[in-house]
Design a protein around this ligand. Structure first.
Ligand SMILES: [Ca+2]
Ligand SMILES: [Ca+2]
Length: 501
């Protein structure tokens, strides 16, 4: 029953996911984006056959493999690091880092850091790197040293070389921005976007729960931040008494430059871009040659498949089902949001058209225009009425969900209070279970009948307004919306009825 309760909570929490990240070149069209391959890595074939990562140096406990860099393994008191060999010189840039922090414990340690500093770091006490750095440190701090119950946390600390990181207080009072996010043991790798444009640093996170690679949430933003003009990029990690695997799967760097340069500068930039393109093509060619050679040397090499990989456990399957359900609900909501905006736009256009037409018809003598106007106004009324119906149904769904949750709470408190002492107790619980399940079934019936009523209403009463043939959108009203929500609710309830009967 506890699982049922958690399940309801998980479903409810899925309603909070927000899209936030937009590519800076869309918001600011005069920016040109350039991928910096010498400041990036990603799999497959992340490491060369001699174990090195092109354009990066790494050490400590870090190990590079085909598809990731394990900065520390889950062994106590480890420190690992990986730094670019080249400097990044740009006023505006975007880092896109895909990583994974996993450990067996409920609590992990110490954490990971992403750096942009004037000098490459050396092994040290701040998440595997040196203290008193000059530049940006972004920390994924797993362990709650100051016991304020605010870890795991993602925190930003800028240093001009004078400050010493207060490890015992998790840097509180020193960090300029943060967001509390549990980034450990997620089903998918988490992704961070670190954007620095016009001296504003913004952090976005994809929390590794959704399968959608672009589902980013806002984490924190710091304006008016002075970072070094040029510097090195790095990732470091450390373990303590507790230990996690800290893995980086992708580190992608993009820089932005202003298109509106002077003609001389533009010529120089074009020349540089041409040179850069040639270099990059040569690098890609070398990489392909290396891969071909590797495959020639290891013709029998196939990825070993363990039995564990072929079959998923009951827990994994259940967890995956919940996540997929969540993702579906989130996508449906995003869709609903778009459609509502579309409908609103359409209603506004209709109102404007109807108003204009009314004026014209008032001036004109012909009687034939009047019925068409009336029809348009009726269309608007229908759209508005159908929206009101939708709102009422959503409210009744919310009421039903609240009722369900109350019943679950009631059951849970019963389970806690009536722990089986003799042989009679479990029978009482199962009676309660049966009666609640009957109520759940009744609720399903109710949802079904409400949905049917609405579907009938939407197919008979609400038609696409005839005047909006210029618009691209189709008439999507209560039918699609209610169907999506009803299917979700039916799937959830059906699953629960199956599971607990
Ligand atoms: Ca800490
Ligand atoms: Ca803390």
């Amino acid at each position: 029953m506890m699982r049922f309760y958690q399940f309801i909570l998980t479903v409810c929490s899925s309603f909070i996911t927000i899209y936030a990240f937009t590519d800076p070149t869309i918001l600011n069209p005069q920016l040109t984006k350039r991928f910096e391959y010498k400041l990036s890595f990603k799999g497959p074939h992340l490491a060369f056959k001699d174990g090195t990562v092109p354009f990066w140096s790494f050490g400590g406990s870090a190990i590079a493999s085909d598809d990731q860099v394990r900065v520390t393994p889950s062994i106590r008191s480890q420190k690992g690091w990986i730094w670019t060999k080249n400097m990044m010189t740009a006023d505006s840039w975007l880092l896109d880092v895909k990583l994974r922090v996993t450990g067996r414990g409920r609590v992990g340690a110490d954490g990971m850091a992403i750096w942009f500093t004037d000098k490459p770091g050396v092994e040290g006490p701040v998440f595997g790197s040196n203290d008193n750095w000059n530049g940006l440190g972004l920390f994924l701090d797993s362990f709650d040293n100051d016991a304020l119950q605010n870890n795991p946390i993602i925190a930003v600390m800028i240093n001009d070389g004078t400050k010493s990181y207060d490890h015992h207080q998790d840097g509180s009072g020193q960090i300029q921005g943060s967001c509390i996010r549990d980034f450990r043991n997620k089903p998918h790798p988490i992704r961070l976007k670190i954007e620095y444009i016009n001296q504003a640093l913004t952090i976005y996170i994809n929390n590794g729960i959704s399968q959608d690679d672009n589902a980013f949430e806002f984490c924190t933003r710091i304006d008016g931040m002075q970072l070094p003009k040029s510097g090195y990029l790095g990732v470091t990690a450390a373990t303590g008494g507790l230990a996690d695997d800290h893995d980086v799967l992708e580190f992608l760097t993009n820089t932005y430059s202003d298109k509106q340069a002077t003609p001389q500068n533009q010529a120089a930039t074009d020349e540089q871009a041409k040179k850069y393109k040639e270099e990059y093509e040569k690098y890609e060619q070398d990489l392909k040659t290396q891969q071909a050679e590797y495959q020639k040397d290891h013709p029998d090499l196939t990825t070993p498949i363990s039995e564990q990989q072929l079959y998923e456990s009951e827990y994994d399957r259940e967890f995956r089902t919940i996540l997929e359900g969540q993702d579906q609900i989130r996508l449906s909501l995003v869709n609903v949001d778009k459609k509502m905006a579309e409908i609103l736009g359409r209603v506004e256009r209709l109102a404007v058209t109807a108003g204009g037409q009314q004026q014209i018809s008032g001036q004109a003598q012909g009687a034939s225009a009047i019925p068409a106007d009336v029809a348009r106004i009726q269309d608007i009324n229908r759209v508005i009425n159908s929206n009101t119906d939708m709102t009422r149904t959503i409210q009744s769904f919310a009421q039903i969900l609240t009722d369900l949750q109350q019943k679950v709470n009631f059951l849970q408190s019963n389970v806690n209070n009536q722990r089986p002492v003799g042989s009679g107790q479990p029978a009482i619980n199962s009676n309660i279970d049966a009666s609640i399940l009957n109520e759940v079934r009744e609720t399903v019936k109710m949802i079904k009948s409400e949905t049917n009523t609405l579907i009938q209403k939407s197919s008979h009463e609400v038609k696409c307004p005839t005047v909006t043939t210029t618009g691209n959108g189709s008439c999507v009203g209560s039918f699609t919306f209610i169907s999506a929500i009803a299917i979700q609710v039916l799937v959830i309830i059906g699953y629960l009825a199956y599971k607990y009967t």
